[in-house]
Design a protein around this ligand. Structure first.
Ligand code: GDP
Ligand code: MN
Length: 380
C-alpha cells in the first residue's frame, strides 16, 4: 500500500525526522467559511501548494506551486484541483511551509526483490528521479545492503561518505536521519521509505517529500511464520539468525557484509560459475557463528564447492579460521574449498588454517577475484 505525502510526513514526525508541517485541504474547502477564515489567517507566505496524488513527478507535471500571497494561493489551488496528474484527479492538496533550498539529496531504504533484504540508497544529487541519476551519474549513488539483523551506524556513515564528504556536520545529520528512517522502515514493514528531496536549508536537513510503501503481505507473513516459500535450510538459517538465501548454483558462498557477498556472487558469475547461496555472517562474527554457517551451507546437497570470502574489519580472521576448523572437525567434507582472508588478524588466521591442510586440501588466497576464479575452475 502506497501512502500519500502528507501521511508519510506524519510518520516522519513520529520518528523525529525533521519535515515540514502542512495543512491539508479538500476540493470543497472553500465551502467551510470558518475554516477558510482561519486558514487565511494562519498562512505565512510564501507557501508551497502540493497536489496529493500517489505518483511521482508532480513538480514537473505542474502539481507543485509556490504562492506568495492570498491571490496566488486561491488561483493555484483552483488550478491544481482542476488538474489530473498522470490520469489521477487531485482531491487533496497539502499547503506546506516554504523551505529555502541550498542543496537537494536523495535517501531511501528499499527491499531488494531478488534477495529480500533491505538496501540503503543515498545520493547527493537528489530532487530528481533516482533512476535518472543512476543512468547519468552512477558514481553519485551509494548503496549499502543490510543483511545483518541490526544496522550498524558505521555502515550508513561509510555509505554516505562514499559520495558526500564536504562537511562532517552534514554527514552526521544525514546519518542520524538515515538511522531514524531505518527504524521507521523496519517497524512499519515497509517495502520502500524514501525522502526525495532531503534538503539542506541553512545548516539543517529537512525532508521535503515522502514516499512510503507498506508491504501488503506483512500481516499474512506474521500470521504464518512457516512461510512455504522458504526452503528447509532457509528456515533453519532463520532460526539461527543467519542471513541465508538459497540460489540455483553449486558453489557455496560465505562472506561478511552483504555488499561483499553480493560482489562475491557476481565474481563467481563472471568466471562462469554459479552461486548456490547467499550467506552473510554479519560484522564481528565469532567462531561459533562461522562454524554454524559452514555447516549450514554444506548441508545443501547441490553444493559442490565452497568459497569463504572474508574481509576482516571488526570481523577477525583468526575467529573465522577457528570457525572453519571447528566445522571440519565435526564432519569431513570432500569438496573443493577456497578461503580468502584479508584484514584484521589475517596472519593469525592463515597460521591457524595451515593445520587444516594436513587433513584436507584447500586453497588459500588474499584476493577475492583470485578466489572466485579458483573455486569456479575447481568446481567445473
Ligand atoms: P515530486 O515531484 O512529486 O517528487 O514532488 P516533491 O515534493 O519532491 O517536489 C518536487 C520539487 O519541488 C522538489 O525537488 C523541490 O525542488 C521543489 N519543492 C518542493 N517543496 C519545496 C519547498 O518547500 N521549497 C522549495 N524551494 N522548493 C520545493
Ligand atoms: Mn519527490
Amino acid at each position: 500500500m502506497n501512502l500519500y505525502e502528507y501521511q508519510g510526513k506524519k510518520i516522519f514526525q513520529k520518528y523525529s525526522i525533521p519535515t515540514t508541517r502542512g495543512i491539508l485541504i479538500d476540493r470543497d474547502y472553500e465551502n467551510d467559511y470558518v475554516f477558510l477564515q482561519e486558514l487565511q489567517q494562519q498562512l505565512k507566505y510564501p507557501v508551497v501548494i502540493k497536489a496529493q496524488v500517489k505518483v511521482g513527478g508532480r513538480g514537473k507535471a505542474g502539481g507543485i506551486k509556490i504562492a506568495n500571497n492570498s491571490e496566488e494561493f486561491m488561483k493555484f489551488t483552483k488550478q491544481i484541483f482542476s488538474m489530473d496528474i498522470k490520469g489521477i484527479r487531485v482531491n487533496k492538496i497539502l499547503i506546506d511551509e516554504y523551505v529555502p533550498i541550498e542543496k537537494e539529496f536523495y535517501m531511501s531504504f528499499i527491499i531488494d526483490r531478488s534477495l529480500s533484504i533491505p538496501v540503503f540508497i543515498f545520493s547527493p544529487s537528489g530532487g530528481v528521479d533516482i533512476e535518472e541519476v543512476a543512468e547519468k551519474y552512477p558514481e553519485k549513488i551509494s548503496k549499502e545492503y543490510i543483511s545483518n539483523l541490526d544496522l550498524f551506524d558505521f555502515q550508513i556513515r561509510n555509505a554516505i561518505l562514499r559520495v558526500y564528504r564536504e562537511d562532517i556536520n552534514h554527514v552526521k545529520q544525514i546519518e542520524s536521519i538515515a538511522l531514524k528512517l531505518y527504524r521507521l522502515f523496519r517497524e512499519n514493514n515497509c517495502v520502500l521509505a524514501e525522502i526525495n528531496p532531503l534538503v539542506l536549508s541553512g545548516s539543517n536537513f529537512i525532508a521535503l517529500d515522502s514516499k512510503i510503501i507498506l508491504d501488503e503481505n506483512a500481516i499474512d507473513s506474521i500470521e504464518d511464520e512457516e512461510d512455504e516459500s522458504r526452503s528447509p535450510l532457509e528456515e533453519e538459517a532463520k532460526r539461527l539468525g543467519l542471513a541465508y538465501v538459497e540460489l540455483d548454483g553449486n558453489i557455496g558462498v560465505i562472506g561478511n557484509g552483504a555488499g561483499l557477498v553480493m560482489y562475491t556472487i557476481d565474481l563467481i558469475n563472471l568466471y562462469g560459475g554459479k552461486a548456490a547461496n547467499f550467506l552473510d555472517i554479519g560484522g564481528g562474527a565469532r567462531a561459533d557463528r562461522v562454524k554454524q554457517s559452514v555447516t549450514l551451507v554444506l548441508k545443501n546437497p547441490k553444493v559442490k564447492g565452497l568459497f569463504i570470502n572474508i574481509f576482516g574489519g571488526i570481523t577477525r580472521c583468526d575467529e573465522v579460521a577457528y570457525g572453519i576448523i571447528e566445522a571440519y572437525n565435526e564432519k569431513e567434507y570432500n569438496i573443493p574449498l577456497v578461503v580468502r582472508l584479508q584484514g584484521t588478524n589475517y596472519e593469525e588466521g592463515k597460521r591457524i588454517l595451515e593445520k587444516l591442510k594436513e587433513r584436507i586440501s584447500f586453497e588459500f588466497t588474499e584476493s577475492a577475484e583470485k578466489g572466485a576464479e579458483l573455486i569456479t575452475s575447481l568446481v567445473k
